[in-house]
Design a binder for this molecule. Structure first.
Ligand code: F6P
Length: 327
């Protein structure tokens, strides 16, 4: 176990889990905030896999030059199920100790947060998480780095789909990302004026939705867009069911990985810059298990444990609003 209260001189930084636009801007913020405080900074390649294998590189201010506008992550990322095994983690702890890391900033989503918390518990290493995931599903922060960009990418794509839907008087099912939750779907649904939003968290009645679509057609609404999160079901089966109920042409468009890539939006970059510096500051002030978070507009160093234990819920009022506005 590391001794509590030791001054931090050497910071590690990694990105883990699904890449999210703005991760590079977050790396830049962490590295330069740390250099500004005269810390040594080490980048860990490929997330927790890099800790297991000791794949470390020195970072200086130039190593994060010209990355603020780039999607993806220069440190690369993997999903690392091997890290769930204690005997593998022991290897990581040996590498952390040999490199002399005093603290770690982990940039990523729920899995990243859980692994960072485990390291803190088992090794006593101070850790801070910068929440970065297109899914926006981390408890304790109003928003994650990358979510805004992903929503904007999806909205732009669905606006284009709407042109075809209108011209051909068709129904479209547009599938957005979100295996376990519907944050992207809910926001995109509202922004695109969808007729329905299907998310894994809320049971839906497809027959009822079809009845509403039919009423809409009677009112002169000849095209419709249904936004569904990938975790809400099989989009092709749903399209076939709608076709069965209504006898109308239904097309499916799966947006997929275009939502993960691309230049981060101004908002994603802003969050990355503020949350990265919040994480470094908190560690330098002696905090040991932190979620850098935005809460009601304020950037705060929140405790990490709730983010690991609790599940963020979608806003049901906002979810219902899509249906209310789809008259
Ligand atoms: O967590 C981000 C995310 O894009 C989810 O929305 C999606 O379900 C998942 O990652 C896909 O992960 P992978 O690229 O590892 O298959």
């Amino acid at each position: 176990m590391r001794k509590a209260g030791k001054l931090i001189k050497h910071l590690g930084v990694l990105t883990s889990g699904g890449d999210a636009p703005g991760m590079n801007a977050a790396i830049r913020s962490v590295v330069r905030s740390a250099l500004d405080r005269n810390l040594k900074v080490t980048g860990v390649q490929r997330g927790y896999w890099g800790l297991l294998s000791g794949d470390f590189q020195d970072m200086d201010s130039r190593s994060v030059g010209n990355i603020i506008s780039r999607g993806g992550t220069i440190l690369r990322t993997v999903r690392c199920p091997e890290f769930r095994e204690r005997r593998n983690r022991e290897k990581a702890y040996r590498h952390i100790t040999a490199a002399g890391l005093d603290a770690l900033v982990a940039i990523g989503g729920n899995g990243t947060s859980a692994a960072a918390y485990t390291i803190h518990q088992e090794l006593g290493l101070p850790v801070a998480v910068v929440p970065a995931s297109i899914d926006n599903d981390i408890f304790g922060t109003d928003e994650t780095v990358g979510f805004d960009t992903a929503v904007n990418t999806a909205v732009e794509a669905i606006d284009k789909i709407r042109d075809t839907a209108g011209s051909h008087e068709r129904i479209f099912v547009a599938e957005v990302m979100g295996r376990n939750n519907g944050f992207i779907a809910q926001e995109v649904g509202l922004c695109c004026g969808a007729e329905a939003v299907l998310v894994p968290e809320v049971a839906f009645d497809l027959k009822k939705i079809c009845r509403e679509l039919a009423l809409g057609r009677k009112r002169g609404k000849l095209s419709s867009i249904i936004i569904m999160a990938e975790g809400a079901g099989d989009s092709r089966k749903i399209a076939a069911e709608i076709n069965g109920h209504m006898g109308l042409e239904v097309r499916v468009s799966v947006l997929g990985y275009i939502q993960r890539g691309g230049n981060p939006s101004a908002r994603s970059r802003l969050l990355a810059a503020r949350l990265g510096s919040t994480a470094v500051r908190a560690l330098c002030e002696g905090r040991t298990a932190v979620l850098a978070a935005v809460q009601k507009g304020a950037f705060v160093a929140a405790p990490l444990l709730p983010a690991v234990k609790q599940t963020k819920r979608i806003d049901h009022k906002a979810y219902q609003l899509t249906y209310q506005l789809a008259l």
